[in-house]
Structures are given as structure tokens and as C-alpha cells.
Design a protein around this ligand. Structure first.
Ligand code: MLT
Ligand code: ZN
Length: 486
């Protein structure tokens, strides 16, 4: 934390005004503020003059107005569970405050007839899931950090997770938004319509914008019919080269009931089981590759899963499987899935891709990515997992060596470049669901044609001409995007 007397700190007057506006419950500093200025893994950390915790949209708007008057930047923050350093200040950046939405955590209304829920940005994803279940509806957003991730952060990063195959990602769930704009005005776009062809769909600008264009304060989200039953099969893959043949079979057998298809490497299962003693090994077969296949529907889904297993086994696509036969077994499988994040299980230098690919290219991509990486540095470990049913492969490469050694560092850079280029050659994206944050700016910039980046910069300059909102994110360190020439 900086204090108001630090060189790059916000003006004392701004800090005092903010404290007076919000009252004692509305701000934090010193040790209390420490968790808000570092990301979840402590990889990213930056100074902030103050952490503010407004309790209403009006207060958010007043904070923005004060900051704007004093030239103080604002880093909006939800649950701070992001993986790209998007919700914490950047070191060496402009004087800033962190604006936590945590106190704006209410469900405003839930309407089972309209299939909508309206909630504040600081509402925890799991809270909304549970509220939806109470009215016999499903809320689509779901991933491991459901118990701490917040709605505003999910919208601002266009988060994905395990339900994208069934419902689409966050963008597809948003019907309406309320946003505090960088000039302090409030845009109430809280419409709950499925159809609205009345011009530009402005809410789309703020979804995935990571708080660089405005601060999402409330949202109307879609709900879905709740499937009476869900059942998951954990299976060891017989032939990884035919993984997508297995997916195609799951699709044809399960039809609309197929609701998740996740790839899990044996290596991560062993690490997760060793770390978390409560987790139970699903099958005795220790295969290099496994899948979690979930069907959601009526009483027939168990039969359909049995049929899938029989056909897949017959064709050599699977070698072993277990069908969850109880709620406890179902829970165990998905808790195992939640715990396989390599960043939590492994140490050392990790190169990471949150790759989005055409689903038929996943296996070829992975094989080529490994070959490209090994050609640069032979001694490395490759781990891949994720939501392959929607084309999202989480790939990590762990080269053995000493960070700081110039040869090793250069090789790491070459691996990143070589694999990024492969992603692009397949028509993919280096950020499927984790966003850009401070970590991926340079890579995303190279991914997009200049005209696309120019349009983004023009929109940023139009809405936030003083570049006060979440500096250093998406556009990179020179966060004040060069004002486009007229
Ligand atoms: C996951 O699917 O588990 C997450 O996106 C986390 C990760 O990629 O590490
Ligand atoms: Zn994921």
C-alpha cells in the first residue's frame, strides 16, 4: 500500500474526500487493504492510495466523480479471483484507488416466470446459483471459484467455466446492465428483454472490458430451466488421438442432455488426490487422459450414459469408467475437477495458455504445441486440461531451468511466441475465458489485426479520455491508449 504521502500517491484531498463520502465502513487502508492490492496467487501486486467499498451505485458514481476531479485512477475489483492480474493495480502505474464491489452483494430480484435474476455486481456467483435453484431454475455461470467470484467480475472478464457447452459463456447470459461511466454518470440499461433490435447493443461493450470503459454495478442475467437430474461419468480415454471422436459420440448419444465435457490429465489427478485427502479416486485405472462427461435431463440420462460407455468402450475410445451413483460421488467428481488447477498444485516457471480453438483442432494443436516447445527447450513438462467440449484448452508448459538465466528466459519467450503463433494459425485465441488483464496485453495485441485494436482504442478514448479506469489492463502499460488521430 502507498500512503497519501508517497510520491506516486493520490492527492491527500482526494483520499480525504473519499473517506468522508463513504464513512468508516466504506474504505480500507494499511494491512486491511493488503488482500485487495495483490492477485490471488500474489504474482501481481501494485500500490493503491485507498481501497474504497461503496455500498450503492450512487456511491460508486460519487467515487468516480471525486477521482476524476483529482486525476486519480480507479481499479474496479470483484472477488479478485481472476488469473490475469486484471483487478489489481499495476506496479509503477498512475496514482490509483481500488474500488471493491464486495458490499454491493444483493440479489435485487429473481423472476422465475421471466427466467431472469437481477443482482448487484458484488453478488457471489454461488449465491445466485442457490437463489436460482430455490425457484427451480439454473444459473449458467459456474467454475471452481464460484464461492468467491462476483457477478461484476464475471461480466467484466466474460468468464467461461464448465457450463459453456450447455448455456454459452457469460456474455450470452447478460440481458441488461447498469454501468457507472468514467465521467461519473449512471447508465441504466437494466432491460430484461430477449429481443431488442433498437440500435447498438451497448451492454456488449462493457462485457469483457475488464472495467476499462465503465464500472458494472448491476446486471439482469438469464436463468434456464433446471434439469431434474444430472449425472457424470468419469472415464479413462483409450486413444487420445480420437478424443474428439469420443466427444462427437457423447454429443450424438446425449444430444441436448450433454452438459459438460472436460479433459483431465492423470498427472493432475494424482497431484490433486495427494493434496486433498477428502477426494476419492474415481477409477482404479490410471490413464494419461481422462474425461468428465455430464448429462443433464430426466430419468433416462443414466441409461444414456451407460449406452455412451458401452459404445465408446466397444470402439476403443474409453478403457474404464465410473458413473456417479450418488450425490456424494457426483460431488467428488466435480470437486476433483475444481482442484486440478496446475497453478495451485505445481511450483516452478509456468508458461500458460487459455487457448480457444476450433474443437476439431484440439488434439493436433496440443501435439504440435508440445513439439514446438520441445524443439526450443527439450527439458519440459506439458500439461493440458479443460473445457474441450467448448474448444477451451488450458495448456501449461513447465520448462526446467533457472528463471533469470538469460538463455533460459529467452527460450521461454520463444516458446510463448511459437505456441501463440500456433494458436493463431489454427484461428484460435490466446484468451478464451480468463481475460487479458495486465498479463496478456502484448499477446492479445499481436493477435488482433491493427484495425481491430484501433477500434478498441477509439472506444476507450471516447468513453474514458483521461484513461482513469483500470489503467494498464487490456491496452498494456501505456494504458492511456494513444488518442486516435481525428
Ligand atoms: C479451470 O478451468 O480450472 C480454470 O480456468 C483455471 C485454470 O485454468 O487454471
Ligand atoms: Zn477454465
Amino acid at each position: 500500500m502507498t500512503t497519501p504521502s508517497d510520491g506516486r500517491a493520490a492527492p491527500v484531498a482526494a483520499v480525504e474526500e473519499l473517506k468522508a463520502l463513504l464513512g468508516p465502513r466504506g474504505w480500507l487502508e494499511g494491512d486491511d487493504a493488503a488482500p485487495f492490492v495483490a492477485d490471488v496467487f500474489g504474482h501481481r501486486r501494485g500500490p493503491a492510495a485507498l481501497v474504497v467499498r461503496p455500498a450503492s451505485t450512487r456511491e460508486v458514481a460519487s467515487v468516480v466523480t471525486i477521482c476524476r476531479r483529482h486525476g486519480v485512477a480507479i481499479v474496479p475489483q470483484g472477488g479478485n479471483t481472476g488469473l490475469c492480474g486484471g483487478a489489481v493495480p499495476v506496479a509503477g502505474g498512475a496514482p490509483c484507488i481500488v474500488l471493491s464491489l464486495a458490499r454491493m452483494n444483493r440479489i435485487v430480484s429473481i423472476d422465475p416466470l421471466r427466467f431472469t435474476v437481477t443482482a448487484e455486481a458484488g453478488c457471489i456467483v454461488q449465491t445466485i446459483q442457490e437463489a436460482a435453484a430455490e425457484v427451480d431454475r439454473s444459473f449458467a455461470l459456474d467454475w471452481g471459484a464460484r464461492g468467491s467470484a462476483m457477478l461484476g467480475g464475471a461480466i467484466s472478464t466474460n468468464a467461461g467455466g464448465i457450463n459453456v457447452l450447455r448455456f454459452g459463456n457469460t456474455r450470452e447470459q447478460v440481458l441488461g446492465l447498469e454501468v457507472v461511466l468514467p465521467d461519473g454518470r449512471i447508465w441504466n440499461g437494466l432491460r430484461a428483454l430477449r429481443k431488442d433490435s433498437s440500435g447498438y447493443d451497448l451492454k456488449q461493450l462493457f462485457i469483457g472490458a475488464e472495467g476499462t470503459l465503465g464500472i458494472v454495478t448491476r446486471a439482469v442475467m438469464r436463468l434456464h430451466p433446471r434439469a431434474p437430474r444430472e449425472q457424470t461419468m468419469f472415464a479413462s480415454v483409450g486413444d487420445f488421438g480420437r478424443l474428439m471422436e469420443l466427444f462427437a459420440l457423447a454429443r450424438s448419444v446425449g444430444d441436448a442432455h450433454l452438459s459438460a465435457f472436460e479433459l483431465i490429465p492423470g498427472r493432475l489427478i494424482e497431484l490433486a488426490l495427494a493434496r486433498h485427502r477428502r477426494l476419492v479416486r474415481p477409477i482404479e485405472t490410471r490413464a494419461e487422459w481422462n474425461v468428465l462427461v455430464r448429462f443433464s435431463g430426466g430419468d433416462d440420462i443414466a441409461d444414456l450414459l451407460e449406452r455412451l460407455f458401452a459404445e465408446a468402450f466397444e470402439r476403443g475410445l474409453l478403457t474404464d469408467a465410473a458413473l456417479a451413483g450418488s450425490l456424494a460421488q457426483e460431488r467428488n467428481l466435480w470437486e476433483l475437477r475444481d482442484e486440478i488447477t496446475p497453478m495451485r498444485l505445481m511450483t516452478g516457471k509456468m508458461l500458460k495458455w487459455d487457448a480457444s480453438l476450433p474443437i476439431d483442432c484440439i488434439v493436433a494443436f496440443l501435439t504440435e504445441a508440445e513439439a514446438r516447445a520441445r524443439a526450443i527447450h527439450a527439458d519440459l513438462e506439458v500439461i493440458a486440461f479443460g473445457h474441450v467440449g467448448d474448444g477451451n484448452l488450458h495448456l501449461s508448459i513447465w520448462p526446467d531451468g533457472t528463471p533469470g538465466d538469460p538463455v533460459f528466459d529467452r527460450r521461454c519467450e520463444h516458446i510463448v511466441r511459437a505456441v501463440d503463433e500456433l494458436v493463431w494459425a489454427y484461428g484460435g485465441s490466446v484468451s478464451a475465458e480468463h481475460g487479458v488483464g495486465a498479463d496478456q496485453c502484448a499477446r492479445v495485441r499481436q493477435q488482433k489485426p491493427p484495425i481491430e485494436f484501433e477500434m478498441m482504442a477509439k472506444i476507450k478514448a471516447l468513453l474514458d479520455p483521461d484513461a482513469l479506469l483500470n489503467p494498464g489492463k487490456i491496452f498494456g502499460p501505456a494504458s492511456a491508449p494513444a488518442r486516435p488521430a481525428d
